[in-house]
Design a protein around this ligand. Structure first.
Ligand SMILES: *Cc1c(COP(=O)(O)O)cnc(C)c1O
Length: 369
């Protein structure tokens, strides 16, 4: 047992990919492993999944280069494309695919000389209004992109949903319509490559949008992207997935505590009774958010117990109760298969995305097979 550990269940990761294959049997699966694979360790996750998926998506060129440097040879897509100051000859050298979302990017590709044409994806803004070509300009820019000698044809076409986690929101239907209208309007249908619309919530909520390629991120790690109130979709388990991450540590002290005494910085909590407190080696230095409200539960020996007092950089205190049998060295689980991260997210008013991505390098990643 060690302190502040992020345990990653590799079998669960593989199970989840198989689940996607049943969910979208006709689609390629590109696993999204940006932000260090949502805290799960991108190089390891890429190694474990390399044979199971069709490609990977990352948000930064640096992430893609790191994957190449450890020998990942699978296709890699830069989800936000290359940035203004980046050396785009690296795309050719390291065989990276890039999203193209701006006229400036097309301009740079137009001037680029390559020894083979690059695989690029055209990003349509179907309604998110963050990145991508607006529908009324998209045909023009698609043709410009297709005319670049450095660009391989046909060109994949992608878009991103902004409200797909809301299962009855008609905006997603409208986005699909904008996408289909654009595809239908392309002058030369032979230029249309594979279509991709769905991230996690599209994959599990919008069957008609699966198309040729799905891009699951959060669900890869066994976490539901849907609202915790939606009973049959509240957790990864409800979707048929297995949670991949267990965040845990151990008790480094178990102490007597008197009624009326406070604990920790600011003495923000006072005990209503004589009790025993446990001190856990975990804190915001490991990425456990300092801002979670009082009473968030942790699990010790199968029992849910409330965090008390402020979360510090290195320590978290829990009220074990007067009759506890917990001892120094006992394991403490912050989230995992028996205490869903979605529940902690809902209780703390944070998103599960944020909780897992937030973990720091001090929390040790351990892979369980
Ligand atoms: C992050 C991202 C995804 C994955 O999103 P999830 O909700 O985690 O599945 C897919 N596509 C794009 C373009 C992204 O930026």
């Amino acid at each position: 047992m060690s302190v502040a550990t992020v345990e990653v269940d590799v079998a669960a990761l593989l199970h989840n990919v198989n689940c996607f294959k049943r969910q979208a049997p006709h689609s390629q699966i590109w696993a999204i492993i940006k932000a260090n694979a949502y805290g799960h360790g991108k190089t390891e996750v890429a190694r474990f999944l390399q044979k199971q998926v069709d490609g990977f998506g990352v948000a930064r060129l640096s992430e893609a280069l790191e994957l190449r440097s450890v020998g990942i040879i699978a296709p890699i897509l830069l989800l936000e494309g290359f940035f203004p100051d980046e050396d785009i000859t690296l795309l050719e050298r390291y065989s990276l695919q890039t999203m193209i979302h701006s006229p400036e990017q097309i301009e740079r590709l137009r001037e680029l000389k390559t020894s083979y044409p690059l695989n690029v994806w055209f990003k349509l803004d179907s309604g998110m209004h963050r990145l991508g070509f607006r529908p009324e300009q998209a045909r023009h820019y698609f043709n410009l992109l297709a005319a670049c000698p450095s660009v391989a044809k046909p060109i994949n076409i992608a878009s991103h949903f902004c409200c797909a986690d809301e299962l009855d929101n008609p905006y997603t239907t409208a986005q699909i319509q904008v996408f289909d209208d654009f595809i239908a309007a392309i002058d030369d249908p032979a230029l249309v490559g594979l279509q991709s619309l769905c991230a996690s919530s599209g994959l599990f909520g919008w069957q008609t949008a699966h198309r040729d390629i799905v891009r699951p991120g959060l669900v890869l790690y066994g976490i539901s992207p849907f609202d915790y109130q939606i009973k049959d979709k509240a957790t990864g388990a409800a979707l048929g997935l297995l949670p991949v991450m267990t965040l845990k540590s151990m008790l480094i002290a178990v102490r007597d505590h008197k009624q009326g005494e406070g604990v920790g910085y600011g003495q923000t909590w006072r005990s209503p009774r004589d009790t025993r407190l446990g001190v856990i080696a975990m804190g915001y230095g490991d990425g456990y958010p300092r801002g979670v409200p009082a009473d968030i539960p942790v699990m010790i020996n199968g029992q849910l117990l409330p965090i008390v007092g402020r979360i510090a950089m290195d320590m978290i205190v829990v009220d074990l109760g007067p009759d506890t049998s917990a001892q120094i060295g006992d394991e403490v689980i912050f989230w995992g298969p028996d205490l869903p991260v979605e529940k902690i997210a809902a209780l703390s008013g944070m998103s599960a995305y944020e909780l897992v991505v937030h973990l720091t390098s001090r929390a040790k990643l351990v892979y369980k097979f």
